[in-house]
Design a protein around this ligand. Structure first.
Ligand SMILES: NC(=O)c1ccc[n+]([C@@H]2O[C@H](COP(=O)([O-])OP(=O)(O)OC[C@H]3O[C@@H](n4cnc5c(N)ncnc54)[C@H](O)[C@@H]3O)[C@@H](O)[C@H]2O)c1
Length: 266
């Protein structure tokens, strides 16, 4: 599809976690809209296969790695106009494993630190390094990929939900700090989407245990739980992010756009 009406031609974008899933579709949307995209991910093999973009290996939990990735982007393309904080991880864990059958599915400090590092510290480090450039340019857009879990909470995913709630709060606060420099900050909160690499066998087993169902029992009748009656397409997030990154959304900042087919509203 020709997205020229968005006028992102020549804009420089960073997409963290852009090697797979939602990030890959966000990358596609931005590239199709004419942007120059840097995909930054830990996954070198898949990241290097992403067509039409430039790959920089980066661990978003590591300040040196993030600062180098942003510096490399500026060296290559001269600016950072758009940052999409998309890299994220989700380990379904109960606060208390009351049944006592699977202590590994009770939230441990290690699991907590891992999710907070990638989902909360990562967006902070990437936004800080990118915003330093955006302030100099007096323009920029930061888009944080949150989740409806961060708006509503989610059983068996309390730590994940909390990290996404933090991202939504970052969005509100950074928009207040950075508006005067012509920098917009927006979060996107997806609901149930087409399967990505996040939903591994281990993820499904853990989530099923925390919900007290079998893995097969996780499949629900979307016609009952989602007003639009289906899961979301990854491309629908890609299209939304391209729109939010463009001047077509120039008066939107400090808010979260829920994209869940009506399942939740935030
Ligand atoms: N899939 C869903 O249904 C859904 C729903 C709501 C929100 N989200 C959010 O969307 C985002 C993308 O998720 P996805 O479903 O595409 O998952 P995914 O696992 O397919 O993609 C996540 C990417 O992040 C990368 N990554 C992980 N840790 C990293 C790190 N430390 N540094 C750099 N890159 C790292 C991974 O290598 C991977 O390429 C996440 O923030 C997730 O929380 C997903």
């Amino acid at each position: 599809m020709n997205n020229s009406w968005l006028d992102l031609e020549g804009k420089v974008a960073i997409v963290t976690g852009g090697a797979s899933g939602i990030g890959l579709q966000i990358k596609e949307g931005l590239v199709n809209s004419g942007a120059k995209v840097v995909v930054s991910d830990l996954n070198v093999e898949e990241g290097q296969q992403a067509d039409g973009s430039y790959f920089v290996k980066c661990d978003v939990t590591n300040k040196v790695s993030v600062d180098n990735m942003v510096a490399k982007t500026v060296e290559l393309f001269g600016s950072v106009d758009i940052l999409v904080n998309n890299a994220g991880v989700n380990l379904p864990r109960l606060l208390v494993d009351v049944q006592g059958e699977k202590p590994e599915y009770e939230l441990s400090e290690k699991d907590f630190d891992f999710m907070v590092a990638v989902n909360q510290k990562g967006p902070y480090l990437c936004a800080q390094a990118s915003a330093r450039e955006m302030v100099k340019q007096n323009k920029g857009v930061i888009i944080n990929i949150a989740s409806e879990a961060g708006q509503e909470g989610s059983a068996g995913q309390s730590c994940y939900s909390a990290t996404k709630g933090a991202v939504i709060s970052f969005t509100r606060a950074w928009a207040k700090e950075l508006g005067k420099y012509n920098i917009r900050v927006i979060s996107v909160a997806p609901g149930i989407m087409e399967t990505t690499e996040m939903r591994t066998g281990a993820y499904n087993e853990a989530l099923a245990y925390t919900r007290g169902v079998t893995v097969d029992g996780l499949a629900s009748d979307y016609s009952k739980s989602i007003p639009l009656g289906r899961e979301g397409k990854l491309k629908e997030i890609g299209d939304l992010v391209s729109y939010l990154a463009s001047h077509r959304s120039s008066y939107i900042t400090g808010t979260t756009v829920n994209i869940s087919g009506g399942k939740s509203r935030g």
